[in-house]
Ligand binder design. Structure first.
Ligand SMILES: Nc1ncnc2c1ncn2[C@@H]1O[C@H](COP(=O)(O)OP(=O)(O)OP(=O)(O)O)[C@@H](O)[C@H]1O
Ligand SMILES: Nc1ccn([C@@H]2O[C@H](COP(=O)(O)OP(=O)(O)O)[C@@H](O)[C@H]2O)c(=O)n1
Ligand SMILES: [Mg+2]
Length: 193
């Protein structure tokens, strides 16, 4: 390789190694004749991720966002809010009869929450894997909960757990105009288009 580097300029070396790579390096424009992003099923899937009050208090917001960006997902909505009892009772309605429900409401209204909508291929399933088990004691190291939390009552982050749940939660937490449709310039790297 050292010999090759002496013989070729960087540009020629890139062409030699991979024609695809040259396309990537030449800019963010989609090459003519390639499939559009929308033609790939599932790439527009969206999920609600919320950094709970403990995550905000512990200044974990940046690290959590970074994990989703690094994975390759696209941020299409972001806001910080003090969550109302009304929103929470709709969000966690299915847990109303659980013994921990009053504590959950108290926790979730104890300070600001950072709510986000992330988009990408299988983002719902992938983000549940990234977030980890509900109970941090059972969450794998490498997951958000497995790395940043120890007790189920303070598990740092929420992630939608199904397609239907994600659609319901996104509509609950965000107005349509708060979500942006924008194109990332790295389709070729992320989806192989
Ligand atoms: N035994 C418990 N004690 C205290 N809090 C709990 C307990 N079980 C669950 N919770 C809280 O309720 C939340 C909702 O529980 P759920 O079963 O939906 O888990 P989850 O889907 O992993 O969490 P989330 O919906 O917040 O992403 C948990 O994330 C946790 O904050
Ligand atoms: N035994 C439990 C279960 C959930 N919870 C809380 O309730 C939230 C929602 O529960 P959930 O079953 O939807 O779990 P996740 O989707 O958050 O993983 C959890 O994230 C916890 O904050 C709790 O405090 N104690
Ligand atoms: Mg849940």
């Amino acid at each position: 390789m050292a010999m090759m580097q002496r013989c070729f300029s960087n540009r020629i070396l890139q062409q030699f190694c991979s024609g695809t790579q040259v396309t990537l390096l030449s800019g963010c424009h989609r090459a003519a004749g390639r499939r559009s992003l929308s033609s790939v099923p599932g790439v527009r899937e969206r999920t609600l991720i919320a950094i709970k009050p403990d995550g905000v208090q512990r200044r974990l917001v940046g690290q959590i966002i970074q994990r989703f960006e690094q994975r390759g997902f696209k941020l299409v909505g972001l806001k910080m809010l003090q969550v109302s009892d009304d929103l929470l009772s709709q969000h966690y309605g299915q847990l109303r009869t659980k013994p921990f429900y009053p504590g959950l409401l108290q926790y979730m209204t104890s300070g600001p929450v950072v709510a986000m909508v992330w988009e990408g291929y299988k983002v719902i399933e992938s983000s549940r894997m990234m977030v980890g088990h509900t109970n941090p004691a059972e969450a794998q190291p490498g997951t958000v909960r497995g790395d940043f939390s120890i007790h189920v009552s303070r598990n740092v982050v929420h992630a939608s757990d199904s397609v239907e749940g994600a659609q319901r939660e996104i509509q609950l937490w965000f107005k349509g105009k708060e979500l942006l449709n924008w194109e990332c310039c790295d389709h070729a790297s992320t989806f192989g288009l």
